[in-house]
Design a protein around this ligand. Structure first.
Ligand SMILES: Cc1ncc(COP(=O)(O)O)c(C=O)c1O
Length: 394
């Protein structure tokens, strides 16, 4: 049978990362390419204990259909959780529990975009967001990202000239760059959004994974106009397999998301929601976060130390304040695509930076993930990078 695919599907591109990860069955391959959280950070004992308790105390409640907005006690717990460091979710906001924050990006596009509409995005940024937005026939307007956040002049130009339906950004420890948007730029982005009436989708899956520096308020914290839609995720703070995230913002918009979700997956896994509610209300979250941060700090520092010892003077990167990634720029004399291929031949997977752009552009950077490899793998992987750079004359 020949399937007559829609025009929208033809625009979708397979994720280069997923393609790379297909080779991961090879146990000798070292991966700096993935985006998985550190497995040792998962609160397995708490998940097991609360799951057992739930299934013995209220098995039907854990296994029956449930409401689309999300389990009410979890929604209440999430309001408190989201406001732990800075007030983010206000009394006027509504909140929906979703199947990962990927679903929030999908719903936002589905609700706001007709085919051909423009969505402004940080560039480079999370490929999964680009693909989801593209799958609705929307066009991406990339706004260059600088180490302290997007280029504000370009953002204003895109807002003024292209009238995007929304602006997608990741202010904390961005994927793929690890960059953190400064406080000044957070405020300025909000002001531009209000001035040009462009809603912001603030995607914050990594905020809790801070390894150094002061916490900054999310853009949503400054929002008095209902202009910011905040996406939080439990994928990196608990585990991604539970597929739990939340979206907070304007009550009318969230109400429409509820309708979209009814037609998509009815509700988020209720067993996982109820386990999560117990975790949020019964474990010591400060301790859990400190534990997560210690794991990520150790891994990030080790990778940076290895890079500094072996590759200093040849590569360049900005020290991230958190998250899971280092954005490493190769010397100009090195062909980045060739570098990635040769690393793969020597059994090291890294992601070419070009994968995170809206168009096919040359890019001298690569994304390195430090959350999944072991220290031994980090050391070996950096050794491979060193030998490939030498082969390429750098
Ligand atoms: C910036 C960003 N947003 C959203 C997601 C999707 O996360 P979730 O597991 O919550 O769907 C990811 C996943 O890596 C991500 O990097």
């Amino acid at each position: 049978m020949e399937f007559r695919y829609s025009e929208k599907v033809k625009q979708m591109k397979p994720s280069i990362i997923r393609e790379l990860l297909k080779q991961m069955n090879d146990p000798s391959l070292i991966s700096f390419a993935g985006g998985n959280p550190a497995a040792e950070s998962f609160p397995i004992d708490a998940i097991r204990q609360f799951s057992d308790e739930l299934l013995s105390q209220d098995p039907i409640g854990a296994l029956q259909y449930s409401v689309t907005e999300g389990y009410p006690p979890l929604r209440q717990a999430v309001r408190e959780y989201a406001n732990r460091e800075f007030p983010v979710v206000t009394a006027q906001d509504d909140l929906i529990i979703t199947s990962g924050s990927q679903q929030i990006i999908e719903f936002m596009t589905k609700l706001l975009c007709n085919e051909g509409d423009v969505v402004a995005v940080e560039e480079p940024a999370f490929l999964g967001a680009y693909n989801s937005i593209r799958s609705f026939g929307a066009k991406l307007a990339g706004v260059p990202l600088q180490p302290d956040g997007v280029d504000l002049a370009c953002l204003e130009q895109v807002f003024a000239q292209q009238k995007p339906k929304f602006f997608y950004c990741i202010p904390n420890f961005q994927n793929p760059t690890g960059y953190t948007t400064s406080l000044e730029k957070r405020k300025a982005i909000y002001e531009l959004a209000v001035k040009y009436q462009v809603p912001i989708l603030e995607d914050d899956p990594y905020g809790a994974l801070r390894i150094c520096g002061e916490a900054l308020p999310p853009i949503k914290h400054f929002d008095t106009q209902g202009a910011v839609v905040y996406a939080g995720s439990f994928s990196k703070v608990l585990c991604p397999g539970m597929r739990l995230a939340f979206c907070a913002g304007d009550a009318d918009l969230i109400g429409k998301m509820v309708v979209a979700k009814q037609g998509s997956d009815v509700h988020t896994n209720i067993w996982a929601q109820r386990v999560c509610e117990r975790i949020l209300t019964q474990i010591d979250l400060d301790r859990h976060f400190a534990y997560l941060q210690a794991i990520y700090r150790e891994k990030a520092e080790y990778m940076m130390q290895q890079l500094d010892e072996r590759l200093s003077g040849r590569i360049h990167y900005n020290k991230p304040q958190g998250g899971m990634f280092l954005w490493v720029t190769l010397p100009d004399s090195v062909d980045a695509a060739e570098f990635v291929q040769r690393c793969l031949q020597k059994k090291l997977a890294v992601v070419p930076g070009s994968a995170f752009y809206t168009t096919d552009v040359p890019c001298q950077s690569i994304r390195l993930n430090f959350s999944t490899p072991t220290k031994e793998q980090i050391a070996k992987g950096v050794e491979i990078m060193d030998s490939v750079l030498r082969e390429l004359g750098a």
